[in-house]
Design a protein. Structure first.
Ligand SMILES: Cc1cc2nc3c(=O)[nH]c(=O)nc-3n(C[C@H](O)[C@H](O)[C@H](O)COP(=O)(O)O)c2cc1C
Length: 190
């Protein structure tokens, strides 16, 4: 066996350790996105993902990864559509409710309206992307859900909700920090 092959086997052994995998990957910040759909009786369903990403511009495709055990994914596959809602920095409570609440109560006290495709668009979000399911691909213990974009919109200029090292946080642009400092200096100088 070559030295390279030995090295890659050792590297794999480290990589498959679940605790280490989660710990290291938790250092990669993600956006917090609510994936929503409705069932046959027009009842809203949703889950929170940190794996939403754009895939292709032509054709316009986006994707997210869902655990094989996801019950929301079953509803999405049956509906053939979903909406990706980019949650805002002040929507941590809504995110917790959508991520861990009992399936029937996740939209309790949440305001939303239906998109043209029929998917819930939540109030107070940053932006949304409404999709038809294009493809579902099995990858490891997850399913990659690829959506074809049917409509999309920026709803507000609010800052996004982020997830990093097992905790929620808000986004702070370096420009706004600089502006705050400049304003502060300006006030001190007066
Ligand atoms: C910040 C954050 C990111 C998450 N990302 C994902 C993800 O990308 N894929 C996934 O399947 N679950 C993810 N989860 C967990 C799901 O939101 C949670 O397990 C959800 O309840 C699944 O619901 P379901 O079984 O009803 O579909 C995430 C949770 C949080 C809080």
């Amino acid at each position: 066996m070559s030295e390279g092959a030995t090295h890659s086997r050792t590297a794999d052994a480290h990589a498959v350790d679940g605790r280490r995998f989660r710990e290291v990957l938790g250092n990669f910040p993600t956006s917090v996105v609510a994936i929503t759909t409705t069932d046959g009786e027009a009842r809203p369903h949703g889950m929170v993902v940190g794996t939403f990403t754009s895939v292709s511009l032509d054709p316009p495709l986006v994707s997210f990864l869902a655990d094989r055990s996801s019950t929301t994914l079953r509803t999405i596959r049956a509906a053939g559509r979903f909406c990706a809602n980019a949650l805002a920095g002040n929507q941590e409570r809504l995110s917790r409710q959508l991520a861990t609440g009992p399936a029937g109560q996740r939209f309790d006290s949440a305001m939303w309206h239906a998109s043209d495709l029929g998917n819930p668009v939540l109030d107070g979000i940053v932006a949304w992307v409404d999709c038809a399911v294009e493809r579902v691909v099995e990858i490891g213990d997850h399913l990659l859900v690829v959506g074809r974009v049917r409509d999309l919109r920026v709803e507000s200029m609010k800052t996004p909700l982020l997830f990093f090292r097992s905790g929620y946080g808000d986004y702070l642009s370096s420009t706004s920090v600089l502006m705050d400092r400049l304003v502060g200096w300006d006030e001190i100088g007066r």
